[in-house]
Design a protein around this ligand. Structure first.
Ligand code: UD1
Length: 315
């Protein structure tokens, strides 16, 4: 893919998804600035590209820093956020200052500095637990956490900035993203990272409920692909896109695959369902396919293999 820009800012570029995006941008020859306060990001994620980028430790809430790093950029990829849903439930106000006000500041810095396009990371959380499957972008959102409200609010602001000020904005609703660099250390980490660590340490996983719940897991490199396409395609501007695979797997099935990769024979332990857990999640990616030419490139087996290799190396 030929990118139509050279200078990019990645907020949250030291995080799980951001760091993969930064690597890809550097690989395309872009001049990349990363803005990250390292609250959940980690410089180790950028080890392979650290001498090819400009890294600024700073906050999206700080206007002056934002202005400094935004100046001269053509595209902003905005991934910085309080990423833990639980954290936003514990502290809706503080998390809104980052997730909402911070995003508004990013959009406004982009407007003031004549940036062409902003690609924002949103979430499938905006769909809530509406039973219709697959989830398509035309469905009415039903946010069920401060996190989801914050992400949805950002989508509305993005659309407004497009209409009012002509800033090109694209929002990407990620489904369950997995891959190397995902932090497995909290009970609220992504299930794949938790299960991988358990398998490596020969510990049985805990499955909440009967394990029949399903998710649309998308490999982080495919999420990067979606970001690059969103930054490039004319038709993307002012729109929202699902980023998933349109395939789902049950949590029981997931453990079987991971246990096989790890040569772990332990059966899973089951606990009561997690409060608020949704049963099934599946993306329609028709819009992203049609307008962006998005096509997930990594099969689930291959993505799991690459992810497992990474966790095993670090364990
Ligand atoms: C994901 C997002 C969340 C978003 C939500 C929107 C992640 C990490 N979280 O939550 O930000 O709000 O989609 O729908 O991507 N599970 C176990 N055992 C474990 C851990 C998890 O059985 O040790 C189960 C959970 O109960 C759940 C499934 O695995 O049914 C997936 O869990 P998780 O990875 O936390 O993601 P979501 O709950 O889908």
């Amino acid at each position: 893919m030929a990118l139509k820009f050279r200078k990019a800012l990645v907020t949250g570029g030291a995080g799980f998804i951001g760091s993969h995006l930064v690597e890809a941008l550097v690989g395309h020859g872009c001049d990349v600035t990363v803005l990250d306060n390292l609250a959940s990001g980690n410089l180790a994620n950028l080890a392979r590209v650290q001498d090819k980028i400009t890294f600024v430790k700073g906050d999206i809430k700080d206007d002056r820093t934002l202005s400094r790093v935004a100046k001269g950029c053509e595209v902003v990829f905005h991934l910085a956020a309080v990423v833990s849903v639980t954290q936003t439930v514990k502290d809706p106000v503080l998390s809104a200052l980052v997730n909402e006000m911070g995003t508004l500041r990013v959009l406004d810095a982009a407007r003031k500095h004549g940036i062409r396009r902003v690609v924002l990371s949103s979430s499938s959380a905006v769909y809530g637990d509406a039973p219709q499957l697959p989830k398509s972008e035309s469905m009415t959102p039903a946010p069920m956490s401060p996190y989801a409200v914050q992400k949805l609010t950002n989508e509305y602001y993005a659309e407004l900035y497009h209409r009012l000020y002509g800033l090109e904005t694209v929002c990407l609703r990620y489904f369950n993203v997995y891959g190397p660099h995902q932090d497995p250390s909290s009970p609220y980490s992504g299930v794949i990272s938790i299960f991988m660590l358990r398998a490596i340490n020969d510990q049985a996983p805990l499955i909440y409920g009967d394990g029949g719940q399903t998710r649309d897991f998308v490999f982080v490199k495919d999420v990067v692909q979606a970001n690059l396409l969103a930054a490039t395609h004319e038709a993307a501007s002012g729109r929202v896109f699902n980023v998933g695979t349109s395939n789902s797997v049950s949590i029981n099935g997931l453990w079987e695959l991971i246990a096989r990769l790890a040569g772990c024979r332990l059966p899973a332990k089951h606990e009561a369902p997690r409060p608020g857990d949704i049963l099934h999640s599946l993306a329609s990616i028709q819009r992203a396919k049609e307008l962006l030419g998005f096509q997930p490139a990594i099969t689930f087996e291959e993505g799991l293999r690459q992810t497992f290799a990474w966790y095993r190396q670090g364990a």
